[in-house]
Design a protein around this ligand. Structure first.
Ligand SMILES: [Zn+2]
Length: 262
């Protein structure tokens, strides 16, 4: 059986990851430690190894990139142990209520209890680092990334994931992802520190790859729309095979959402 969780160090940073599983599907989720700050807080199903790892080294503050259940389900428990939680300002109404999640998300990640949080400030200072909070709409409209300029770290949550997505969550707006990629690709970062992909070398070049891929895809979609094809027909033509998660999620993760929002 492969590892369920692990931790590591890279570039002076500590990270912890846990792996969620459902049948043959599995996905890691990463959290990062910068001095007394923890970035994202993993899922409910990973709460035992997560809390065991952090019990002797609780952070003082938790910063959330967005409030999906795989990133903030342990925020309530951390808050009850004295950790100050910060979440994107636009998510303040959502966090006080436990969302009704689709069955597959409850099976993979578990629940997302409500939690108290303060709105994220523009910059978060730690002993050795300064994290700039930057809006990065796309995956969700209130998604933020954290930029440490001196080190060239960009903590991306679910903003990046992959340079060549074949499907997105139904709330994602790829037109906004494109605009965010255009502006974030101008930042001088070296490491992408994502919540599912883990630390990635490559910096803005990877963002530019994703941008070119999405712009090319948009051109193809526009050309097919001009020929009179519907979004569903374009989806079948450009993405004929569907990944397992597309079926498991009942279409919540789908290539059609990419076509519709390009
Ligand atoms: Zn997410």
């Amino acid at each position: 059986m492969s590892e369920r969780w692990g931790s590591g160090q890279m570039d002076g940073l500590t990270y912890w990851w846990g792996k969620a599983r459902l049948l043959t599907y599995s996905l890691k989720v990463f959290v990062y430690v910068v001095d007394d700050v923890l970035i994202d807080a993993a899922s409910w199903k990973l709460r035992r190894p997560f809390l065991r790892y952090f019990s002797g080294r609780l952070p003082e503050r938790l910063l959330l990139t967005h409030v999906h259940e795989d990133h903030c389900a342990n925020a309530a428990m951390l808050a009850s142990r004295g950790v100050t939680v910060f979440a994107p300002e636009a998510a303040q109404n959502e966090i006080g209520v436990e969302p009704k999640l689709p069955l597959y998300r409850r099976l993979i990640w578990g629940r997302r209890p409500p939690f108290p949080a303060m709105p994220l400030p523009e910059t978060v200072e730690t002993n050795r680092h300064s994290l700039r909070v930057i809006g990065a709409p796309g995956h969700t409209q209130d998604h933020v990334v954290f930029f440490e300029e001196k080190e060239g770290w960009l903590f991306t949550g679910d903003f990046f994931l992959t340079a060549r997505p074949r499907l997105v969550l139904k709330d994602e707006d790829l037109s906004k992802t494109i605009l965010s990629l255009e502006s974030l690709a101008e930042l001088p970062f070296r490491l992408i520190l994502g919540a599912h992909e883990g630390p990635l070398q490559g910096g803005p070049a990877l963002f530019k790859q994703k941008l070119s891929y999405l712009l090319e895809l948009r051109e193809k979609v526009e050309a097919l729309r001009e020929q009179g094809l519907s979004d569903e027909e374009i989806d079948r033509r450009l993405f004929p095979s569907k990944p397992l998660i597309s079926r498991v999620s009942g279409g919540e993760w789908a290539s059609l959402h990419m076509i519709k929002t390009l």
